[in-house]
Design a binder for this molecule. Sequence first.
Ligand code: GDP
Ligand code: GDP
Length: 462
Amino acid sequence: MLPVLALVGRPNVGKSTLFNRLTRTRDALVADFPGLTRDRKYGQANVADHQFIVVDTGGITGDEEGIDALMAGQSLQAIEEADAVFFLVDARAGLTVADEAIAMHLRKQDKKVFLVANKTDGIDADSAVGEFYKMALGEVYQIAAAHGKGVRSLIEKAFDDFDIVQPEPEPEEHDFSELDLEQLDAIEEAEIAEQEQAFADMPIKLAIIGRPNVGKSTLTNRILGEERVIVYDAPGTTRDSIYIPMQRDDQEYVLIDTAGVRRRKKVYETVEKFSVIKTLKAIEDANVVMLIIDARENISDQDLSLLGYTLNAGRSLIVVVNKWDGIDSEVKDRVKSELDRRLGFIDFARVHFISALHGTGVGHLFESVQEAYTSATKRVSTSMLTRIMQMAAEDHQPPMVKGRRVKLRYAHAGGYNPPRLIVHGNQVSALPDSYKRYLMNYFRKSLNLMGTPIRVEFKEGE
Ligand code: GDP
Ligand code: GDP
């Protein structure tokens, strides 16, 4: 599971600048879904080979109103749920009352805090940051977020303290220096069969996410009521989802329950606070995400940001419109056209209309889950991908760049969940986005990949 790092500090110290720097190194996603409002406060970062979720807790101002009042809501919750906090201060402005108020609050929490002095560019940083030591939060780390100075070493230092095992990066599997597709086929055949078997033996991790009250618990209970629950005992902390193994049609699943069905069953029934971090972690950990939307409500910005995060994380997606019972056809038409208008750009995701309460349509969900999982973990040989790429280039030639035609040489798989396809050639990085999108769609159609986003990356290579 990815560690969570929260950025805290009064306004204008450079939190969003640091946030943008940390999150932008993410793999280029060729389709950058236009029209999607993304919640820029949560992002996934990959810095110095460390992966983590970063949260900009923009709500904290620390002014005279009293820190507790101001640190309410999601910001406070984000700090509680984070594994570590980067407390940003402004090296140019010096120590302020607001900084001290925030520091006092942070000291009361049992949380790893890194005190980070930003904007140390072009000033005598060592003497400027001296006064921040007064806050007794230990070392003061000097950075200039706008220029990337000190950021990498800060992350390295933080992760030394986290003591977290990071997933191994996937190795480049073959040496392509001399391309012989038939020979490669022979090498890859056994490998692909083995990997496919491995995927077939693994349970599908299915996250059920959505805003409060859309029907997540009702759906989870409905699914569990119909299926055999293998084990149902996975205590979680407040920020964790509940993992429920189950089986259906010979396929094992792990339901990642963000609604906390199990906890609700307890005597002291408490209303769960909606936790964005919990949801983000569930998405990261899932193979397939079911985003539940309420047919009786308009599609909200929060729905869209959950959707945006799912796409950004590269997870397979099924859109589930719930509470489809007892509404008239006029309302149904309105819901459908709103879906088209606001979600029409995600052409790969299946949309289901269900009633979790009555069970209508629930069984069919699993057909789409299977399909999405198969697509997301499909292994394809280099020769197959290269042939598809060649067909795409024959149907529609790559354009000229600086008087020379862009040349596509070969394509191979770079990973799964989501599928990453790597296209090698000359001047490929200069390809216009329209052609990159064309290639992506061509791969999608030829390989029949439904339910999963795909990433196409381009590498220069002779
Ligand atoms: P936030 O309110 O904490 O999110 O702060 P912002 O990220 O919006 O930054 C506030 C201002 O500080 C902006 O004008 C930034 O351009 C500027 N800024 C951020 N980082 C640096 C830095 O490293 N050096 C300098 N000189 N300015 C910075
Ligand atoms: P959660 O907060 O997302 O877990 O939502 P719940 O499962 O607790 O459901 C919230 C409310 O919506 C409850 O009153 C449910 O009975 C109701 N509800 C859930 N699914 C349906 C449905 O398919 N149809 C109707 N009419 N109501 C539903």
